[in-house]
Design a protein. Sequence first.
Length: 87
Amino acid sequence: MIKTERGTTEIKGDLYETLADYGVITVAVREVLEETIGKERAEEEMQKTMQLSRMSEEERDKYFAKEIEMKAERVVESIRKIIADIK
């Protein structure tokens, strides 16, 4: 059994039950992603998630800090363009 809620995960059962549950969850997540963002982007997101799962907590923190910084820079640039267009 795999139970996840608000970032906390509980895993119970033997190896085969855990792997079976993981497989079912992975298929369901892929299907939702494909319906929402398309097959190609879903594949990219699944690969990114797998890469993140192999990182240490410190590496993930650095990765997300960089992602947030890049997104913030894009927001600032968009605001600058909007202001320039208004002038």
